[in-house]
Design a protein around this ligand. Structure first.
Ligand code: ADP
Ligand code: MG
Length: 235
């Protein structure tokens, strides 16, 4: 079985919207995958199925050999420990320092503070922000804040990172910086990355696998894909 397998999956929200219709997808360990498509096509929903923010109405969602669609709510925290998540809006805690924001996920594990320090500094070094560990989020640029989020997502060394439009609020140069960090993590640590994006420049420059979703239907899946302009049109 592959690292991620979505099989015959349907997500129909209570209001009747079908956000995923008969979705089928496999992703191997270590892949870097872009998920593209117009607004409201179902990108975030597909990602939510992978970190069990949503359950499918039908079908299976396997992540690392477990069918997470059948996972009990009381076990979801165990899955989340294995996944790093990065959003468009940074979701940093404003009253905590950079160090404390990154340490936050580890504190619930009952880890000793010496060990936490090693993990946090390693993660901050990887995103190039070790010297800002005492700063507060409001003292950082948008790109730096997003790098803190990436550090927080990788601090427990997950096998999977899910990014939902991580460059959506950033200018092109800063977006490029963020992508360089993500590509480096993928290449050096072998972390699987699944990223929803609207950013044509990024997708075309990096030539990774590109999956296109429209109206809840996966319409194409290309190995070294490009952002084709048709991808933005809902049919
Ligand atoms: P995207 O990320 O591509 O913009 P989404 O996955 O957020 O798309 O949304 C897909 C469709 O599902 C949209 O029509 C959206 O309005 C609908 N949708 C998303 N979340 C919910 C929800 N919690 N309840 C009802 N409808 C939703
Ligand atoms: Mg979205």
């Amino acid at each position: 079985m592959e690292f991620i397998e979505i099989k015959n999956c349907y997500k129909i929200y209570k209001n009747g919207v079908t956000a995923l219709a008969d979705g089928n997808l496999t992703i191997s360990k270590g892949e870097f995958v872009f998920l593209i498509g117009p607004t409201a096509s179902g990108k975030s929903t597909l990602l939510k199925l992978l970190y069990r923010e949503e359950k499918p109405n039908k079908g299976e969602v396997h992540v690392g050999n477990i069918d997470i669609s059948k996972l009990r709510n009381s076990k979801v925290y165990k899955l989340r420990r294995k996944i790093g998540i990065v959003f468009q809006d940074f979701k940093l805690l404003p009253k905590l320092t950079v160090y404390e924001n990154v340490a936050y996920p580890l504190e619930s594990y009952g880890m000793r503070s010496k060990e936490i320090k090693d993990f946090v500094l390693k993660a901050l070094e990887r995103v190039g922000l070790k010297d800002k560990y005492r700063s507060y989020p409001h003292e950082l640029s948008g790109g730096e804040q997003q790098r803190v989020c990436i550090a927080r997502a990788i601090v427990n060394e997950p096998k999977l990172i899910i990014c939902d439009e991580p460059t959506g609020n950033l200018d092109p140069d800063t977006s490029k910086e963020i992508m360089d960090v993500l590509v480096k993590i993928n290449e050096e640590l072998g972390t699987t990355i699944v990223m929803a994006t609207h950013d044509k420049e990024i997708v075309n420059r990096l030539k990774k696998r590109v999956i296109t979703i429209k109206n809840g239907v996966i319409v194409s899946d290309k190995k070294k894909g490009k952002y084709d302009n048709e991808a933005d049109k809902n049919i």
